[in-house]
Design a protein around this ligand. Structure first.
Ligand code: BG6
Length: 475
């Protein structure tokens, strides 16, 4: 692997602190950052090299939901050798000529720019990079990482994509949605297309419906300014929920390549029906009292919706998606609920009609569980549900964080688990009609499962939400 310079714009911001810096540490720990590479934090604030190192050290010492393991001294020392800091105003051309001069001094020809900044700053950064000659790839690669959401609706996403394409080739752009970097999501492709057993059941003939839940028991923390400008459907629904949906419903890609996998995700999105009659928006009680949130905010902190895919495979199969903050528990999972065959032998018994369910648990207690009926041992004929499960924890797997996976992919130049412009626009085409009808969201109690209307969404179809069980893979 050739050395590179990794410029992290917005290094003092929330995203860099919570996700990117810990992921970089993990990459050092796994020896995935080649010798001679440079990791440069960029922000407006003045900091000496020592101050920057102690800033990074403090971040690594602060446990967060995504990074909990101890920091090893030898890895930290190794990381320090590669770390430096560049202060500057992102709109000032001087910053970019300094970067250019530094790259020339170090004779490094591969560059990654990670923009962990407000999207409003993107255009000025792109123009400055271009003017300073930092976007071309004469001697090595130049790659750009942009965080979701790309735009705040279809029109703004198109504008941003058009801007990006003035400065970069599509092959240089890595639009990052960290859900695509999650091991548990990527493993769905292996489960489905690496095995022969169950894939032929993934269709309307066998699947009654699909449920996707992403629930968080925490609120918006200090991210009020950002969150209150988008709400839950745009923050999570337009991207993370749809990545889960496409991964579990896509057709088999022709090969395991970026073009083929992305193409299949996009094909699903193009056939996904937006149904404004079947969407519920909620807001947790107390949300308007959160820091940096407007007092009369009508932003959604919860949504639940029903959709279907208008293709041969999934014709008529409802897909229910919900996501929300300050709900009953933190859990993300996708479940396929299978149809009962008409000739079920034990349908006359209590529980004889319980459906088989296949659950991909994205987090926590990551794994895959298949629920089936089994006979209770004994002389009476009684049935009970049992579970076959694969749990990452049983294997003692050290699960790489999504950001670690994705940064490593950018280093390798692999765009498979990133969104291209077409995909992002297809996602907005699905969510825009839903956002358009959003009125004042329904208030829901903190710690609940959201507004009653979300339950009714399924009840009217004779179904109910599955409550994620934290007993799954809990060891
Ligand atoms: C982020 C959203 O993209 O994803 C957050 O902005 C959300 O609001 C987070 O909490 C969820 O990510 P994870 O990996 O914790 O499920």
């Amino acid at each position: 692997m050739s050395p590179f310079s990794f410029y992290l714009f917005g290094v003092t911001g929330n995203l860099a602190q919570i996700k990117v810096i810990p992921a970089l540490y993990d990459l050092f720990e796994k020896k995935l950052i080649p010798k001679g590479s440079h990791i440069i934090g960029v922000a407006r604030k003045e900091m000496t090299p020592d101050q920057f190192r102690s800033f990074v050290w403090d971040i690594l010492q602060t446990p967060n939901r995504h990074h909990t393991h101890p920091i090893r001294d030898e890895v930290w020392q190794e990381m320090c050798e590669h770390l430096s800091y560049q202060s500057g105003d992102f709109s000032d051309p001087k910053l970019y000529s300094t970067i250019k001069a530094s790259l020339e001094t170090h004779q490094i020809h591969n560059t990654i720019f990670y923009l962990a900044t407000y999207p409003q700053l993107y255009e000025s950064i792109f123009t400055n990079l271009k003017t300073a000659g930092l976007t071309n790839q004469d001697k090595g690669f130049t790659r750009l990482m942009l965080e979701k959401p790309i735009g705040i609706d279809l029109a703004s996403a198109k504008r941003l994509n058009a801007q990006v394409s003035q400065y970069f080739e599509e092959s240089q752009v890595y639009r990052l949605d960290h859900y695509l970097g999650k091991e548990t999501l990527q493993n769905i492709l292996t489960f489905r297309f690496g095995n022969g057993l169950l894939e032929h059941l993934f269709n309307h003939e066998f699947v009654d419906h699909i449920q996707i839940t992403a629930s968080e028991d925490y609120g918006i923390g200090r991210r009020g300014t950002y969150f209150d400008s988008v709400g839950m459907l745009k923050d999570v629904g337009q991207n993370h929920s749809l990545q889960m949906l496409t991964t579990v419903t896509m057709d088999a890609p022709k090969e395991f390549s970026n073009e083929a996998v992305t193409r299949e995700r996009v094909k699903v999105l193009e056939k996904l029906l937006s149904d404004p009659e079947h969407v519920v928006f909620g807001q947790y009680e107390g949300y308007t009292g959160e820091e940096f949130v407007t007092k009369d905010s009508s932003q959604d902190t919860f949504f639940a919706l029903r959709t279907t895919i208008d293709n041969e495979r999934w014709q008529g199969v409802p897909i229910y998606i919900r996501a929300g903050k300050r709900l009953n528990q933190t859990c993300t999972e996708i479940s396929l609920v299978f149809k009962n065959p008409i000739n079920r032998l034990f349908s006359h018994l209590d529980s004889g009609n319980e459906p088989n369910i296949l659950t991909f648990r994205i987090q926590p207690n990551e794994g895959i569980v298949f629920k089936f009926l089994s006979k209770v041992a004994g002389h009476d004929l009684k049935l009970e549900p049992q579970y076959m499960q694969f749990c990452y924890k049983y294997q003692g797997t050290d699960m790489p964080d999504a950001y670690e996976n994705l940064i490593s992919d950018v280093i390798k130049g692999d765009q498979t688990f990133f969104n291209d412009a077409v995909e992002v626009e297809a996602q907005w085409s699905f969510t825009d009609p839903l956002s358009a009808i959003r009125n004042r969201p329904i208030a829901y109690e903190q710690g609940s499962w959201g507004p009653q209307a979300a339950f009714e969404l399924l009840q009217q179809d004779g179904r109910e939400w599955l409550e994620p069980s934290l007993a799954m893979c809990a060891i």
